[in-house]
Structures are given as structure tokens and as C-alpha cells.
Design a protein around this ligand. Structure first.
Ligand SMILES: [Fe+2]
Length: 311
């Protein structure tokens, strides 16, 4: 495990910025606008860690473009990490090569654990309080691209071998501290996000479909059972940015951060932020900063019809 030790600040908080779906493709005006915006958000928010949740690059120039897309991060001096989206190496190269480039970049704290089963770059970043006690963990998982089962098709999923690795990591961390919580990130959402939207109370915007796998690998169930996971956040569905509590775990979407990639004219790009507290393992705060400068701190609440009747 190669990473610099992440610590809560003097005020007991740790701020994470999620960037997702930057889609740096042609190195054109649109792509350069993304970089300018990301730089502004970093300066404005000064997070303690940045998590890039995939589809940072797209197309055949991905290995050159990843350096350009990540430039605001490498310049910032802020530790940052990355999980693969379905598009990052879809048209050129492979995960290992792109990850090798990331690993040489300034501030990168992700790593690849060869024991993690499937995918590439599954990792866990422990965060310690000022006394050196483990309080929170940021986890990143590779949710793949296309389902390897030809009879199913559609999108891939975090595999049972990855889930087993995740559980092993938490067991190992339990030897450091009995109580700690996990905020997990990956590109494609677990299928349960659709149940959350249909039956639960959600905050924020849903303007996209659900690009989830057609089969359920049990990742959310495992997260419920592990007793540590408090949040799971995704990208991929560009014009979804809602979140909600699903049986005690907050499931939600980041905000599309890049100007490239599909979206909607009236759907601002932006970034989602998380504030963890060393003295609160139950909850975390989350809000968005948009490209128009506005903050979304109290998003619109949505209760589905099935719940409205219950009063
Ligand atoms: Fe995607």
C-alpha cells in the first residue's frame, strides 16, 4: 500500500471532492474549459482529498489526455485518487497502462492491490484523527465496463471476488480500530439505487436513466452486512445527482464535472463535496458546487407516490 497518511484537520473535519465524468476527449476548447473549472473549484473548496470517479478520459488519445485532465489535481498539492469508468480505456490501451501513468503523477494516492480480485485499482484510504486513531476510510472500486456474461449483456458490476476483498480489508482495519466508517466510490451505481428512487426519500435531481448492471452481484447487501459502510457514491448517469438513505447507507450520485460528454443544456456541471467528521461515524455532510457558482446545500426533496400515501 503506497499512500501518504490522510488525517483529519485541526477542526476535526476532512473534506472530499468528487469529480466525475470529465470526458476529456479531443483536447479542444470544451475540454480546456473543464480543466479551468476544476482548477477554480479546487481553489474555492480546498478539499483534503479528491476522488475522480471514472470516465475522466475518452477516445484514442486517452493516455495523453489523462495528464491534461488531471493537471489541476497534480498542480494543487492535494492528494487525489481515481476509479475507472467504463470509458477511460474503452477505445485505446488498457487499465494497467493508464493506471501506471496515474501512479507516476504528483499527489496520486490510489494504488492497485493485486489481491483485490477483478478490475484494477480497487483501494482503501484510511483517514486518522489527530491522535492517530482510524476514524473513516475512503474506498474506491472498479465497476468495469461491459458485463462479461454474453447471455446478460449491459454493464459490468463489482464482482464477488472484489466484494470478498473489500470485506477482508475491513476485517484487517478492524484490528486498528473497532469503530470506523467507510465512504465508498465507484463509477457505475449498484442496482439498488433504482429501488431507492422508486420507494425512498431522495434529495436532488434525477434526469437520467439508471445505467446499472442487469444482474445484482450482492455488493449493497455486503455493504449492509459489513457494519462500516455509510455511503456509496457513483457517476456514470450524467444528469442524475440525487442521493438518499437506503436502509442506513446513503446512496447517491456525484455531479458531472466535465463539459464534454452527454448532458443537458440546462443541467449545470459541477462537483460534489463531502465533509466527514472525526467525531461522527454515523453521518456525513454532502453538497454540490456548480459551474455557475451556486451551491446546492438543500436540494429538492422527492417522495415517491407509494410513500406519500403513508402520510
Ligand atoms: Fe460512464
Amino acid at each position: 500500500m503506497k499512500h501518504r497518511k490522510l488525517m483529519f484537520g485541526q477542526d476535526g473535519t476532512f473534506k472530499i471532492m468528487q469529480l466525475t465524468d470529465i470526458h476529456y476527449t479531443d483536447d479542444d476548447e470544451t475540454d480546456r474549459r473543464s480543466v479551468v473549472q476544476i482548477r477554480e473549484w479546487l481553489q474555492k473548496e480546498q478539499p483534503d482529498l479528491v476522488m475522480v470517479t471514472g470516465d475522466a478520459v475518452y477516445g484514442t488519445d486517452n493516455l495523453d489526455n489523462i495528464k491534461k485532465a488531471m493537471a489541476p489535481l497534480t498542480e494543487s498539492g492535494i492528494p487525489w485518487s481515481f476509479v475507472f469508468g467504463n470509458h477511460d480505456v474503452e477505445h485505446h490501451s488498457d487499465r494497467e497502462t493508464l493506471f501506471g501513468i496515474l501512479e507516476k503523477m504528483e499527489g496520486f494516492v490510489g494504488y492497485h492491490d493485486s489481491d483485490s480480485g477483478d478490475g484494477y485499482g480497487n483501494h482503501m484510504l484510511p483517514i486518522y484523527d489527530r491522535e492517530g486513531t482510524l476514524r473513516w476510510v475512503v474506498a474506491g472500486m472498479d465497476s468495469g465496463n461491459k458485463n462479461p456474461l454474453p447471455q446478460v449483456g449491459g454493464y459490468q458490476y463489482v464482482s464477488r471476488r472484489q466484494i470478498a476483498w473489500y470485506e477482508r480489508c475491513l476485517k484487517r482495519l478492524e484490528q486498528e480500530a473497532a469503530q470506523f466508517s467507510v465512504l465508498e466510490f465507484q463509477h457505475m451505481a449498484v442496482p439498488e439505487i433504482e429501488d431507492l428512487w422508486r420507494f425512498g426519500k431522495c434529495w436532488g435531481v434525477k434526469r437520467d436513466g439508471f445505467g446499472c448492471p442487469f444482474v445484482n452481484s450482492g455488493q449493497f447487501l455486503a455493504a449492509l452486512e459489513d457494519g462500516h459502510t455509510r455511503g456509496m457514491f457513483f457517476g456514470h448517469d450524467h444528469t442524475n445527482s440525487f442521493w438518499g438513505n437506503h436502509f442506513g447507507i446513503v446512496l447517491g450520485y456525484g455531479r458531472i464535472s466535465g463539459c464534454g460528454g452527454y448532458g443537458a443544456e440546462d443541467y449545470p456541471r459541477g462537483t460534489r463535496l463531502f465533509v466527514l467528521r472525526a467525531d461522527n461515524l454515523e453521518q456525513f455532510e454532502t453538497y454540490e458546487l456548480l459551474d455557475n457558482g451556486n451551491y446546492v446545500r438543500n436540494p429538492w426533496g422527492y417522495t415517491p407516490l407509494s410513500r406519500r400515501d403513508e402520510g
